[in-house]
Design a protein around this ligand. Structure first.
Ligand code: ISC
Length: 387
């Protein structure tokens, strides 16, 4: 479908107050990418039951709340092919939208409090976040989505809308879970510094340790959930917009009972082994989560939740030939799941954007530096807002 028609359909969906999501997965190779949309035909709020369904899922941070589903079989599905140039080089030209000294001191105080709890040995790590409001100029939501598509080629870029929930946009670098057949991939992503033209950089002990916590915890939880053939990559530096992170890729094989095609248990087990990872919550998980819920003083809603494709049918072209079907490729249907952690995101409310940003705190954190890290992370969304 032509791009203009795609966006026209989304505009009509907004005007009719009907739910939709439009998104593009990270572009890893080549210069063409598919932008996809799911358009729900009514304004019902539907939820997943243990992640057995097919569709697009949008889950909040708090696991006691359900994940919203746009079901594949009742949504209209649209696509357009996008030609992508180099990852955008947009720079933040304006410092508007700066937040008050009071908010800054509030965040620093929160980090200080966490550091003393961490030094007392009650937790190893906690991820603390804040909200920041930026007034919107004349940009509408779909224009912002187009800007995100242009600026962040290697991120999962999306615009999600439900009239009963609101509109969220983001460009996240973090994969929660990718599954094809029985093979799965995830990642441990943590530690942040600004990108200054090279990925060949030194990392401090605090960043290495906070990333190690994430890797160890993911591997341990996956082992306990019974997956097989676990492998992890070397630690490396990855780029996300104007930032660099430390990353370890982790992959393995699901036990057959976790594959929804065979049994109705869905991906509930592996998702609860992973979410929320110590990249967005902390260690030990439950202590960190209750610290966050009681001390952050606001509702994260969908920030640090997850979102993406769930059990979508994927047509696979097999090149193998068979005796009777010589040289004839045949097709097999596979299911594919691609879930991402909802980071570097914002919620649109009337004529303002609410940005959500956070960072991992350990006993070695310097509160002022942690504040600055949230300022740097906020630039990911501000680049498209403050043009
Ligand atoms: C919680 C966020 O980032 C996480 C992912 C990568 C690096 C992080 C860090 O260095 O603290 C965070 O764990 C956020 O962007 O709001």
């Amino acid at each position: 479908m032509p791009e203009a028609e795609f966006f026209q359909k989304l505009e009509e969906q907004f005007e009719s107050a009907l739910p939709f999501v439009a998104y593009r997965k990270p572009i890893l190779t080549g210069d063409r990418a598919t932008v996809t949309a799911f358009l729900q035909q009514d304004d019902e709020l539907n939820y997943t039951e243990n992640f057995t369904e097919s569709g697009f899922v949008f889950a909040p941070f708090d696991t006691s709340e359900k994940a919203i589903l746009f079901a594949e079989n009742t949504s209209e599905k649209l696509h357009f092919e996008q030609v992508v140039s180099e990852e955008g080089t947009a720079v933040l030209t304006s410092q508007k939208g700066q937040i008050s000294e009071e908010k800054k001191l509030g965040h620093i105080e929160l980090v200080r409090k966490a550091v003393s709890v961490l030094r007392a040995g009650e937790m190893d790590k906690v991820v603390l976040s804040r909200r920041e409001e930026v007034e919107l100029k004349e940009q509408n939501r779909l224009q912002l989505f187009k800007e995100l598509l242009k600026t962040y080629a290697t991120a999962f870029v999306y615009c999600w809308y439900h009239p009963k929930i609101g509109c969220w946009l983001g460009a996240t670098p973090e994969t929660l879970l990718k599954v094809e057949g029985r093979r799965f991939k995830t990642m441990a992503l943590a530690g942040t510094q600004k990108y200054h033209g090279t990925t060949d950089v030194e990392w401090g002990e605090k960043e290495k340790q906070e990333q190690q916590f994430v890797t160890d915890s993911i591997v341990e939880n996956l082992k306990a959930s019974g997956v097989e053939d676990l492998e992890r990559s070397e630690l490396y530096t990855s780029k996300a917009g104007n930032l660099l992170h430390l990353q370890t890729d982790i992959n393995g094989t699901l036990v057959s009972t976790d594959v929804p095609r065979n049994v109705s248990t869905g991906y509930g087990n592996i998702i609860s082994a992973l979410h929320p990872t110590p990249a967005v919550c902390g260690l030990p998980k439950e202590k960190a989560k209750s610290f966050i819920l009681s001390e952050e003083n606001y509702d994260r809603e969908f920030y640090t939740g997850f979102l993406g494709e769930l059990n979508l049918q994927k047509n696979v072209q097999r090149s193998r030939t068979r005796r009777n079907v010589e040289n004839l490729a045949y097709r097999a249907v596979k299911k594919e799941t691609n879930l991402f952690v909802n980071l570097r995101c914002m919620k649109i409310e009337d004529n303002k954007a609410v940005l959500f940003i956070g960072g991992g705190i350990t006993k070695d954190s310097v509160p002022e530096d942690e504040w600055q890290e949230t300022v740097n992370k906020a630039e990911t969304m501000k680049k498209v807002l403050l043009k």
